[in-house]
Design a protein. Structure first.
Length: 183
């Protein structure tokens, strides 16, 4: 099978279920942003500081493929076979947040991205996750989107924020804090 089909050469693509839509469709933007986020998760997983978290991060990547499949499914196409997202997936992310957060100093200022390249990669993933969440919420205002998808993305961005802090701690680098100029 060839990688190119030429069926999208006119700017139209197919959703799961066969419906054809413009490549600029909000649903395409939603799952395309999930794909971008998944790439950043792969970059994070490849960081030496995350070696012990690699399996957990791979699990997140698996869930992102699940979310991508959900978002790529045409509304009303209930017979499309696709993996499911569960509340337990969100619970697992929350547990990891709590485990990392228990070892971190209390937050006393806003954190600026930076301090170490690996930490910066984490902040990039976090901001792409927030964008994916915003697009999913926007899509949900016009078409059905699973509430679990939006909840998972919201929790994942929290996870990525805490992960960035934990990575800074493990790398023994100072967190870059925001010092607002008040004059």
């Amino acid at each position: 099978m060839k990688i190119y089909t030429k069926t999208g050469d006119q700017g139209i693509t197919s959703l799961l279920g066969g419906v054809r839509v413009p490549k600029s469709d909000l649903r395409i933007d939603a799952y395309g942003t999930i794909d971008e986020l998944n790439s950043y998760l792969g970059l994070l997983r490849d960081q030496p500081v995350n070696e012990k978290r690699a399996d957990f991060l791979k699990g997140i990547q698996d869930r992102l493929f699940t979310i991508g499949a959900d978002l790529a499914t045409a509304p009303g196409k209930t017979k499309v076979k696709k993996p499911d997202l569960h509340q337990a997936d969100i619970d697992l992310v929350e547990q990891e947040i709590d485990l990392m957060d228990a070892d971190l100093p209390m937050l006393t200022a806003f954190i600026l991205p930076g301090g170490h390249q690996s930490v910066s990669f984490c902040h990039l993933a976090r901001t792409v996750c927030r964008r994916a969440e915003r697009i999913a919420v926007d899509l949900a205002s016009v078409e059905p989107v699973s509430e679990l998808v939006i909840q998972y993305l919201n929790r994942l961005s929290d996870y990525l924020f805490v992960l960035g802090r934990k990575m800074a701690q493990e790398l023994d680098v100072e967190e870059v804090t925001w010092a607002p100029r008040l004059k």
